[in-house]
Design a protein around this ligand. Sequence first.
Ligand code: PBG
Length: 324
Amino acid sequence: MKLINRPRRLRKNTAIRNLIRETALNVNDFIYPLFVVEGEGIKKEIESLSNNYHFSIDRLKNEINEITDLGIQAVMLFGLPDKKDACGSEAYNDDGIVQRAIREIKKINKDLLVATDICMCQYTDHGHCGIIKEDYVDNDETLKYLAQIALSHVKAGADMVAPSDMMDGRIAAIRNILDENGYTEIAVMAYSAKYASAFYGPFRAAANSVPGFGDRKTYQMDPANSDEALREVELDIEEGADIVMVKPALSYLDVIRRIKDNYNMPLAAYNVSGEYAMIKAAAKLGLIDEKRIVLEKLLSMKRAGADIIITYHAKDAAKWLKEE
Ligand code: PBG
């Protein structure tokens, strides 16, 4: 055979494969989600998200130390309040669960980057991500609340806020209130292309945030669309987003790539609860090699164009990367 081009030349041994490798996973890419609950002495495994836990604030110390010892430098906080009402008032309570958790984490390790999810669904008694008027989430009314929630988290010491509600105009509303209060240096990571996805099921079980009626399709995006994702990203950038996000990740790698090709912005991928749970379940049945599958999956998100990966696998992946 007279073959001039032989791609296998570059796969011959480890050294040459290492030389030409285009992407690599790094522990610095990870944000680890953390769930905090009211009460004392609680470290309880989350049934729908095995190997992830609900922590009361007094039990955070070991976890934070473990996370930082693994080299993970960022967490994303989710709070489970013990009171819910129509306007999610615990979400912007300066002494709410997330606000106290931020202060505690900063006491344990001031260098750990603390990002917070800005949304109302864990805090409203109807389980929707905003204020309800006539069975519909009222966009502009909700913006006022989201801004207050973000301000309250930042006052408590959050380094970055991540609005996940999908209201129109929330990035501008949050940027404005932060700037008016002198928090010009606090970054906003926008859940820009957040789809109305079935992959959030295990999270909603973990966060007790299942909508009491209807679904989230009037605010989260239709999984069929990707041009629309570019429009959402563009709006968020115009409104002042510092980082944009695609969520979920695995079924939306094409969207990640399109955004990376079209905007020179830091891009996050949220490797969501359903994606995590599927792998955990298959691994438990002995059907897959969990370590290899997880590392391959996270690498595929980076290859698609993600700079940051929010993942429940972060601690395992950090351990495995150390072993490699
Ligand atoms: C809050 C929020 C959700 C997730 C992150 N923030 C749930 C939802 O939109 O219903 C899902 C995360 C996951 O599935 O891992 N709105």
